[in-house]
Each structure stands twice: as C-alpha cells, then as structure tokens.
Design a protein around this ligand. Structure first.
Ligand code: PMP
Length: 418
C-alpha cells in the first residue's frame, strides 16, 4: 500500500489503482462543493437549486400519511414491482395530459427521482466516446452522468427561444463528419436549468423533424413545466412523437425528499429500463410512491402547485428588479417560470475565479462552467431564486453587484495602465 494512504476507514485513496476507469470520472460537482460554505446563515445563497418546501403545508402530507397507512400500510413498507406502483402510474396520466401527453401507464416506469431515470437511460445507451447533444448551457446533474458513462457532450447553441434548430443540424453534421456516433439529444425544454429559457412552440416540431430524419433519440427532461408564471408551456415534445423519452418528477411540484420521478418510454425501451432498475435497486420506494399517490387523491395538489407558482413568481420578480437596480448593464434571461436566471458577465470576468470573492461578500452563485461539459461558460453565472426570501434575494444581488463592479473597475484600471 502506498505510504500516503493511511487506514482503510478514513482514506480510500490507497485503492486508487483499483478503481474502475469509470470511477475516475466522478469528481465533486461545483454545485456540491459549494454547499458546505454557503449553508452558513450569513451567506445569501443563490447557488443550489432547492425548492421552497416550506410553502407546502405539512398537514397535507400528514393527512396523506394517515389515510395511506390505514389503507395500505403493509404494502407501503414492503418491496414492490420494478416498474413502480400501478396506481401512481395511472394517476400520472392526468399530470402528463396537462402538457398534451396521452400515454398508457404501461409505458411508464417510476424511478428514484428523475436523476435516476437519467442514469438508467444513459447507462442503456452510452458507450465510451458516444456523443450526447445538449443545450449550451445544460443541467449539471445530467452532464455528470454523461461524463460518468464517458460520453462526449456536444453543446448546441441556445438562445432565449431555447436550442437552435439550425445549430442542431450543424452540430449533427459536424459530429457525423468526424465519424462520431450520436446517441441522443438531451433537452430541458421548459424553464431550463440553468438558463431559465423555454423552447419556443414553433421550434419544437422543427427539433423533432431533424431528429426523426437523422434517427436521433430525444431525451426530454421536464421537471419545471408546471411551474409557469403567466401562461402554460407549449405541449411537450413527447406529445408530438411517441419515440421521445420523457422524464418527469415530483421534486419541484411536491418535494424532492420523496425521491420520486418517472420515465415514459417506447415499450421495448421501457422493458430495458425496468430490467436496469431492478438490477440497480430492485424497486423504487413503495413508501414514497404510495405517499404521493395518496397525496394526489386526498389533497388539492393543483392548488398547491398554484401556491408554488405564486411564491416563485414573486421571487423571480425580486431577482429581476434587483438585477435592473444594481446591475442594469448586465444581460440576464427573463424566465417565465421555474427557478433560474442566467447572467452574462462583463468581458474579462471569470465567474469561477470570482466566486471566493463573492462568498467573502456573503453571497454565493453557481459559476457558468458547471453547466458545460467542455470547460467553457466562464463569463456566465446562474442565480437560483427559488429558496431565499425576496428580501434576501435583493440583498444577495446587491452584494453580487459590489463584487462584479469592483472586478470591472480593476479590469478597466489594469487595461488603462497597459
Ligand atoms: N433534471 C433537471 C433539469 C433538474 O434540474 C433536476 C434537479 N435539479 C433533475 C433532473 C433531478 O431531479 P430529481 O431527481 O429530484 O427528480
């Protein structure tokens, strides 16, 4: 054993040579690394994408728990099927119908959050070097999974209307010219994490048409679609093409602590997903699934989603107001739902390098580099407004402005000296 490795219990680096090649792709995500620092109460965290679960009356859950235990307590604490609870899958029909999806519960698989669905699907498709096309920027948790399966992530230009169909075709042509194998297009079409943008209605059929022609699967990840502020989002891509793999989640419309998500897939793929799920964890938690199923029956869940919308809308307004007051010259996206703003910094400022200075000023954000698989994104940062109160959001953005303005001045002075 190398001298540098002390005991097995406190340092696993002694086994570094024994790890699988895949294990070396695991590294602390920029978001995770931040959690320890930003959990200090004096720091305003605009970093982690946490839902504001305090807006969910706990009596609603208590009521669901009581009736669920009375009706099916033994089943709830037992193992269940690998595809997930049949009753919950039936109820998911109504939720998906809101975005135009009319599917059979037989084609649904309940998973441990949509994060696990992402991992299962990635594991079924990706070999080393395969290409995943993704928005630029894209969800950090998906990038981590695709990296873990040693895929190449090719970002496609994305603007305020979502991923660009022209840029998508160019990326496909470029990858094909390099002789690379494209496995799927990964998209967060509504109030995307991290950009907050929504794929425009007219672009949706164009994206589908390109992918059908090029025989590329689409993986549509939609945890935020029901959290719109003014008007509902356009119909899901899955509603236009039954071959789209669609992911949903209860994390943002109820609570992430249940760890319940779902994937809707064409039948042959659905069977593979069930097998992969059984091999990984036998079955998703029956307790969580039955709690949610009962909550959907006994609580007015639509009204609760309205409450969440109201909370997040007020916070989005606070964030945008503070941006125009304290950082009027910076470009930011203007989300119509969800949790996030995507900010473009002045030339020369690196959001990752600036983060320790921001934390010193008692504000935290997520650097843009977290959301690209290729190390770019330095000139951007993500602000998450879902968790802090409007007053804290304003305070946080005011502090952020102090740091950015100081950086800008330094760059200007440095530039003048040259
Ligand atoms: N996809 C996106 C775009 C997300 O933002 C998240 C959570 N932040 C997930 C998937 C995973 O959600 P969960 O596993 O809690 O369902």
């Amino acid at each position: 054993m190398p001298e540098t490795s002390p005991t097995r219990s406190n340092n696993f680096d002694g086994w570094l040579d024994s790890y699988s090649e895949r294990a070396h792709t695991l590294s602390v995500s920029e978001v995770r690394a931040l959690f320890a620092v930003v959990s200090r109460p004096e720091v305003v965290s605009l970093a982690g994408g946490m839902p504001y679960v305090s807006a969910l009356p706990k009596e609603l859950l208590a009521k669901a728990y009581e009736s669920m235990m009375a009706k099916k307590g033994d089943l709830a604490i037992q193992y269940g099927g690998g595809q997930g609870d049949a009753e919950l899958r039936e109820q998911l029909r109504d939720i998906m119908a809101i975005e135009g999806i009319h599917a059979s519960p037989d084609d649904l698989v309940v998973t441990t959050g949509s994060q696990h669905a992402l991992d299962l699907v990635a594991g079924l498709f990706l070999d080393k070097g395969d290409v995943v096309l993704a928005e630029g920027p894209s969800y950090v948790g998906a990038i981590g999974i695709f990296r873990h399966y040693e895929a190449h992530i090719e970002h496609v230009f994305t603007d305020d209307d979502g991923i660009s169909p022209v840029a998508l075709q160019e990326a496909i042509d470029r990858m094909k010219a390099q002789g690379r194998r494209i496995k799927f297009l990964y998209l967060v079409p509504n109030f995307a994490n991290p950009s907050g943008v929504t794929l425009a209605k007219e672009r949706r059929p164009q994206i589908i048409e390109i992918c059908q022609r090029e025989h590329i699967l689409i993986l549509e990840d939609n945890p935020y679609g029901l959290l719109y502020f003014d008007k509902p989002v356009p119909d899901a891509l899955r509603s236009m093409d039954d071959n789209v793999i669609y992911l949903g989640s209860f994390s943002k419309i109820l609570a992430p602590g249940f760890r319940v998500g779902y994937v809707l897939a064409p039948p042959a793929l659905r069977d593979k997903i069930v097998l992969a799920q059984e091999s990984a964890l036998l079955c998703p938690s029956m307790f969580s699934q039955m709690m949610i199923s009962e909550y959907l029956s006994v609580a007015d869940w639509r009204k609760q989603v309205d409450t969440f919308r109201g909370v997040y809308r007020e916070r989005r307004d606070a964030a945008l107001d503070a941006m125009s007051e304290y950082l009027p010259n910076l470009r930011t996206t203007k989300p119509d739902g969800g949790f996030y703003l995507w900010v473009t910094l002045p030339d020369g400022i690196d959001s990752k390098a600036m983060l320790p200075l921001a934390v010193k000023e008692l504000v935290a954000y997520t650097p843009g580099t977290a959301f690209f698989g290729d190390g770019t994104g330095q000139q951007h940062l993500r602000i998450c407004y879902s968790y802090p109160t409007p007053e804290r959001i304003k305070l946080g953005i005011k502090r952020l402005a102090t740091v950015i303005n100081l950086q800008t001045e330094l760059i200007e002075t440095f530039g003048k000296k040259k």
